[in-house]
Design a protein around this ligand. Structure first.
Ligand SMILES: [Zn+2]
Length: 437
């Protein structure tokens, strides 16, 4: 059966509510004079001011819209939507819209409403349905004044039209499931085997930024609802927002405002902080680098080819031997082994040889040492990784700029500088060279 499904996203639904129409709706629905006056009073008495360069403008009254976060607003909004509901019913009665019929001809659907989520369903009324042309869809959309969307889209937090053969299609369902289960007070643990529910969430390409549960602490959609409302692509992945170590936001306003900016700062720290040890002693870009190592998101040749890009060679750029994974470059390549040997002697610790970030992190978390010493060691390790990776990049893009022999010295200089300047502590350079920890 061919149907027309139109999902309607109201642009700034709450902000554009017309008060006159709301009052009209209240009247039509039989609310009394006094009640309507109360509602009008609430609406018309609201005043607001704007923060311009940190100082507030004079208050002014507003002419439309409902306040976000006000518990009354959703109800008023529903009453507004009642108007649309009646319009649809009218249109069906007068034959403007044909309801979509399901197998038994009794059951007909024209629309699904949930707050400002609206999906219209109707029979596709043009005659020729064979091979629907793109121009046809275009004409239609122009005719009804909507833009053309595409599947998959989210309706009531669930994906519609997603390819369910893919892991990402199941993530929202899984999250819902886990939420339901977590409220399920059962004595025995593991009502459902965890490995059935557990799909791999972790790399930036299959983890939804706003909709995925962050280590069981809830979704960002819930936690940072104000920001979520400003997001233009609600179904973006982590990889869409964190591109090459830089945050890339797409808000539906040019300015998101001071309050939202500070909420955003909390969020970004949270993302990076949860994924790695967010270290104050090293610059942002290096923290992000560490985070990417941890998630295996560095553009190593094996990662690039896994993404479907064709590469002439997949061998390690530095040694030319093995498949170039980031673990190989950073931990197992002869060059890396050289560096780690020097580091081991320098820090004077029985540093095991690590094969991956996970191995190093596990070891580091279990290490019993003072906070100060651990901080310094962390800086040394991450800065070393960063140097190795930069050396690898330079080998490809700019072969004459870095010298292998200078790498270890550079690590010692850079760590010294960063720890001194970012910790405002005085380290002795000569001592640093012989006994950093
Ligand atoms: Zn290598």
């Amino acid at each position: 059966m061919a149907s027309l499904v139109a999902k309607v996203d109201f642009e700034k639904a709450y902000d554009t509510v017309s008060w006159t129409f709301l009052d009209y709706m209240l009247d039509r629905m039989g609310f009394g004079q006094i009640w309507r006056a109360w509602i009008r009073m609430i609406l018309y008495s609201s005043r607001t001011s704007i923060l311009v360069n940190g100082s507030l403008t004079n208050e002014f009254s507003i002419k439309c819209g409902l306040r976000q976060g006000d518990p009354l607003s959703p109800f008023l909004f529903l009453i507004m939507m009642e108007g649309l509901e009646s319009l649809i019913k009218d249109s069906v009665r007068s034959g403007l819209i044909k309801a979509a019929k399901f197998d038994d001809q009794e059951f007909k659907v024209t629309h699904l409403f949930y707050a400002d989520n609206v999906v219209f369903i109707s029979d596709w009324c043009r005659q020729s349905l064979d091979g629907i042309m793109e121009t046809e869809v275009e004409n239609f959309s122009i005719h009804i004044g909507c833009s053309i969307g595409a599947v998959p889209f989210m309706y009531l937090d669930l994906p519609v039209g997603t390819n369910m053969n893919r892991i990402s299609g199941w993530i929202p369902l899984r999250e819902k499931f886990i939420k339901k289960l977590s409220g399920w007070k059962m004595k025995s643990e593991g009502v459902l085997p965890n490995d059935i529910l557990c799909v791999k969430v972790g790399n930036g390409r299959n983890t939804w930024f706003w909709l995925d549960d962050w280590k069981g602490s809830g979704t960002f959609k819930e936690k940072y609802n104000r920001l979520y409302h400003l997001e233009t692509n609600k179904e973006c992945f982590i990889a869409d927002r964190l591109v090459n170590g830089e945050w890339k936001w797409e808000w539906n306003r040019a300015q998101i405002g001071a309050r939202n900016t500070s909420i955003l700062a909390t969020l970004t720290t949270k993302v990076l902080g949860e994924r790695t040890i967010w270290c104050k002693l090293i610059p942002r870009k290096v923290n992000i680098f560490a985070w990417r190592v941890k998630l295996d998101r560095l553009p190593s040749r094996s990662n690039i080819s896994e993404r479907g890009m064709h590469l002439e060679a997949l061998n390690c750029v530095v040694c030319g031997h093995t498949l170039e994974s980031s673990s190989h470059v950073l931990f197992e390549c002869p060059l890396a082994l050289d560096i780690w040997r020097s580091i081991r002697i320098w820090v004077d610790l029985s540093l095991p040889s690590f094969k991956s970030w996970l191995e190093w992190e596990t070891w580091f978390e279990a290490l019993r040492a003072s906070k100060d010493m651990k901080n310094k060691l962390y800086v040394i390790i991450v800065v070393s990784l960063w140097h190795i990776w930069r050396y690898r990049n330079a080998t490809i893009f700019d072969p004459n700029t870095v010298k292998k022999s200078f790498l270890f010295d550079s690590i010692r200089i850079v760590t010294f500088r960063w720890i001194c300047s970012r910790n405002s502590c005085k380290l002795n350079w000569n001592l640093w060279l012989v006994k950093p920890l």
